[in-house]
Write a new protein. Structure first.
Length: 117
């Protein structure tokens, strides 16, 4: 199954667990360490579509200090997408993409569901 991509943070236990699950299933995913190789705004919009969400906060870590420091509480959709592109620490992790679907791998069961569909 080569159509699997994981937006991965190796310092995150949930992200490591999702990657381990993929590898246990014999999947060699494309691994994007998004803190080093930040997704563009258009990438983020595409991922939102694959996740089936309209509000960028659905894939944001709103508890991150950067969210408060950038005063994103009342931010528009455009401002949120720009903030995530410029500050990838705001992106929830892990995000696993398979074909035309994606899930946020919290809990890891969501990744299992994605693989079985």
């Amino acid at each position: 199954m080569s159509d699997v991509t994981i937006f991965h943070n190796p310092r995150c236990s949930k992200s490591r667990a999702a990657l381990a699950l993929l590898e246990e299933r014999g999947i060699d995913p494309v691994v994007i360490e998004y803190l080093k190789d930040s997704p563009s705004r258009s990438d983020l919009e595409r991922i939102m579509g694959l996740l089936g969400i309209d509000d960028p906060r659905g894939m944001m870590r709103t508890s991150e200090d950067a969210y408060r420091q950038l005063d994103l509480v009342g931010a528009s959709r455009d401002e949120l997408l720009d903030a995530m592109a410029a500050n990838p620490i705001l992106i929830e992790r892990p995000i696993v993409v398979r074909g035309d679907r994606a899930v946020i791998g919290r809990p890891t069961e969501r990744v299992r569901e994605l693989l079985s569909s």
